[in-house]
Design a protein around this ligand. Structure first.
Ligand code: SAM
Length: 266
């Protein structure tokens, strides 16, 4: 426990690493560029390092905090700064659709608990049709995977499914010293912007998810072996993909083309 945490003991199981560096906080808030009228939700406000700037800028803010003790403090900490809508809940199964519509899409932000960041991103992707943008602090390794290019070690299921739905922009790197307690890893801030006009025309998104996860399940194997029972050689040839390649070399567009080809048999 340290004084700067105002008597709170950071809980590892909730991925609690609190931002303390004023420059970094300022840079993140600047990157988010909160505006009056934004339909913004912050995941994991914690001790309100970002919230104390986001709330007055938006005047109204939803926050989702799992830790009961931290959630209980927030109304006092943020009193008088704006209209706070506190949800003491687990963001992993939170229904974000209740906060937004296509006319009032969400801006989702947060210094995310690193232990749940990948499943949380997959959960959030299912709401991308009602999301304007998402700005997150994450473990740098996860940001590298989000932005991963084909034929690199970072490229995998997360890269394909996120890039299928969103434009990915790396914003800044953040060192461990910016946090209390400092995490053991480097961090980075990334913006995910769901496509307004998607460059991809996928005819069956459920099938795409299935193909991508099956193809990357055993990433050392060829596509022919990984997708046995799902795709014939003729399917690969029809979309000009060599079945002896591995999943890691296929672009998002090629996964979509293969999905559309297989969707003809469904
Ligand atoms: N925003 C604060 C900051 O930047 O200093 C805290 C960030 S800390 C990395 C992650 C926060 O997410 C903590 O407040 C933690 O309690 C909260 N949290 C952890 N798991 C959560 C979950 N499943 N749903 C919502 N909040 C969660």
């Amino acid at each position: 426990m340290t004084d700067s945490l105002h008597g709170h003991k950071a809980r590892k199981r909730f991925g609690q690493n609190f931002l303390e560096d004023d420059n970094v906080i300022n840079n993140i808030v600047h990157a988010i560029a909160p505006q009056v009228g934004d339909n913004m939700v912050e995941i994991g406000p914690g001790l309100a390092a970002l919230t104390r700037f986001l709330l007055p800028a938006c005047q109204k803010l939803h926050v989702i905090e799992l830790d009961r003790d931290l959630a209980a403090r927030l109304p006092n900490t943020l009193a008088g700064l704006g209209e706070l809508h506190l949800h003491q809940a687990d963001a992993l199964n939170f229904d974000f659709a209740q906060l937004a519509s296509i006319e009032h899409p969400l801006r989702i932000v947060g210094n995310l608990p690193y232990n749940i960041s990948t499943p949380l991103i997959f959960h959030l992707l299912s709401f991308s049709h009602i999301v304007k943008d998402m700005t997150f602090m994450l473990q740098k390794e996860v940001v590298d995977r989000l932005a991963g290019e084909p034929a690199t070690a970072d490229y995998g299921r997360l890269s394909v499914m996120v890039q299928y739905r969103c434009q990915v922009d790396w914003l800044l790197d953040v060192p461990p010293e910016a946090f209390n307690p400092p995490p053991k890893v480097q961090s980075a801030v990334v913006r995910l912007t769901p496509w307004q006009n998607s460059p991809y025309n996928c005819q069956n998104e459920t099938l795409l998810q299935h193909i991508v996860s099956t193809a990357f399940n055993q990433r050392r194997k060829t596509l022919r072996n990984c997708l046995k029972g799902l795709a014939e050689d003729a399917d690969f040839i029809a979309v000009d993909i060599d079945p002896s390649l591995r999943a890691e070399v296929l672009s998002v567009q090629q996964f979509v083309q293969l999905t559309n080809q297989l969707n003809r048999h469904v």
